[in-house]
Design a protein around this ligand. Structure first.
Ligand code: ZN
Length: 193
């Protein structure tokens, strides 16, 4: 599947919207992307995970981890295809943690999977938790990179299936607000691009 086909998949799922949106960062954008709407069709999840694992060799990893909530569906599907155990980290009171009784064998090698990456903050926090528990993050995979070209986000190799360079604007200098044709809406939290 090429990038054009992936974008068509997002459009078909109603997951790639054009308008005037307030992103989770507070910035405004003319495009919004909600991977959860694509991944609710498990065939799409399999197709996207299949694209992602082209970038890895299963023998390099012991386990797959994702930061909740965004990475859960695609992370589990990647783990299924690679036949590896899947765990996730999650925020409690804002702080990324390992919960649910998950444990990490010493020096276990991790593939880290996320749906949409912008700054990569959740992935970095997830990797920190893994390291604190004795694991070794080896590589990051993300379905969508909405800020391609920012190659210094992670200290491990990184690959993505779909790059979507989304222009965003500070709320006080947003040309869409200035045009005032369409009020800004806040359609969701994580996964927005
Ligand atoms: Zn605006």
């Amino acid at each position: 599947m090429n990038e054009k086909e992936m974008l068509a998949m997002y459009e078909k799922a109603g997951a790639l919207l054009n308008g005037h949106f307030i992103l989770s960062s507070g910035r405004h954008s003319a495009r919004y992307l909600q991977s959860a709407l694509v991944l609710m069709d498990l065939e799409n999840a399999t197709a996207l995970a299949t694209e992602l694992i082209r970038h890895v060799d299963a023998s390099d990893y012991d386990m797959v981890v994702a930061p909740a909530i965004g990475g859960l569906v695609i992370g589990q599907e990647v783990a299924r295809l690679l036949n590896k155990p899947f765990i996730f980290t999650e925020r409690k009171e804002g702080e990324m943690q390992l919960r649910r009784g998950f444990t990490i064998p010493d020096d276990a090698r991790f593939l880290v999977v996320e749906d949409v990456i912008t700054t990569g903050g959740s992935v970095r926090e997830c990797m920190l938790v893994i390291r604190e528990h004795g694991g070794l993050p080896v590589k990051v995979l993300a379905v969508v990179d909405r800020a391609p070209g920012s190659d210094d986000r992670f200290d491990v190799p990184y690959a993505t299936a779909l790059s979507l360079d989304v222009e965003t604007f500070a709320a006080d200098s947003c040309p869409l607000c200035s045009a005032a044709e369409l009020p800004a809406i806040k359609p969701g939290s994580r996964g927005a691009a």
